[in-house]
Design a protein around this ligand. Structure first.
Ligand code: ADP
Length: 295
């Protein structure tokens, strides 16, 4: 006995004007000579499933639209940050150099207060320059030129440690390196990422504490996962998402200097590599920053 299956979907307009969708399935039973003897089948009302599929499709289209709008506004914002930070550099240079001139030329005429005001103004201009440069860096990262390269993450980290050599020595910091895999990445961006995490680990310490930083990475099926852990002041869990947002800082500049761009930049770099970044920490217990990079 042979069987044959058939399957069809169709819609029909009911007397009351409602459209219903049906799925029709059937099997033809045949005798030994192949002659059809019976049909066994079932008809199922699939209208709810159809309308669910339709709403899912509409939702998808809506999401795609919202996504492209978001992408466009992100690009615009990046462009704005780039132009603003680029164009602000020139007038700022002018302010700084004339303040410097006043300080040098008129130091003898000015009283103590006057000198102090100029000092404040120069310090403000210096910090503004730092912010502008960071912002410029931030707006550029999405459009970095070049291609991904296979690199030994230990080489990239050693480069960062070399860069921070003076500070590490001054603070007597101890750096522990665990296993560090080869990764496929935008080399300069990853150096920048480690630079920000390591320099934060050195910076956010109680006065007089000897900084210790543990760095390691592991390879998994679809990603690499790294951690940069320190024995610093730690971060209140309440603020652990906030710190990855641009210009969000948890401390006054007098306490710990910085512009609040570093971790936002880290997030951007990690996302550029299809990964995630997060922190596990509590106040006074050090911080452990994790990030992944997609393969
Ligand atoms: P910046 O260091 O310039 O302020 P970041 O974006 O690098 O900017 O960091 C944002 C905030 O997150 C910092 O102001 C600090 O409060 C907190 N933070 C970052 N790294 C650490 C760390 N390793 N330990 C404790 N707090 C940290």
């Amino acid at each position: 006995m042979r069987t044959l299956f058939f399957e069809a979907e169709y819609r029909f307009l009911r007397k009351d004007g409602a459209m219903r969708y049906l799925a029709d399935k059937g099997t033809i039973l045949r005798d030994s000579k192949g002659k059809a003897t019976r049909v066994v089948g079932a008809i199922q009302d699939i209208t709810p499933r159809k309308s669910y599929e339709e709403s899912l499709k509409a939702l998808n289209t809506e999401l795609a639209l919202a996504n492209s709008k978001l992408e466009a506004s992100n690009k615009e914002l990046e462009q704005f940050a780039y132009v603003a930070s680029h164009d602000l550099q020139e007038p700022l240079r002018m302010i700084s150099s004339f303040l410097g001139l006043i300080e040098r030329k008129y130091a003898t005429i000015l009283d103590e207060k006057g000198l102090q005001y100029i000092h404040f103004a120069i310090d403000g201009a210096r910090r503004m320059k730092e912010i502008i440069l960071d912002l410029l860096e931030f707006s550029r990262i999405g459009t970095i030129a070049g291609t991904k390269k296979l690199s030994a993450s230990s080489d990239l980290i050693n480069e960062v440690l070399l860069l921070n050599g003076k500070l590490i020595k001054e603070k007597g910091a101890i750096i522990h390196l665990g296993p560090l895999p080869d990764i496929h990445c935008y080399v300069n961006a990853i150096i920048q990422l480690f630079q920000n995490l390591i320099s934060n680990g050195l910076k956010y310490q109680e006065k007089g504490n000897r900084p210790e930083i543990w760095i390691e990475g592991h390879e998994y099926e679809s990603e690499w996962k790294f951690s940069v852990r320190d024995n610093g002041i730690g971060i209140d869990p309440e603020y652990q998402d906030k710190i990855f947002i641009i210009f969000q800082r948890l401390h006054q500049k007098e306490q710990y200097s910085g512009s609040g761009i570093g971790l936002a930049l880290c997030k951007k770099i990690v996302e550029l590599h299809g990964g995630k970044i997060w922190v596990e920490s509590s106040l006074g217990a050090g911080s452990n920053f994790y990030f992944t990079l997609a393969k």
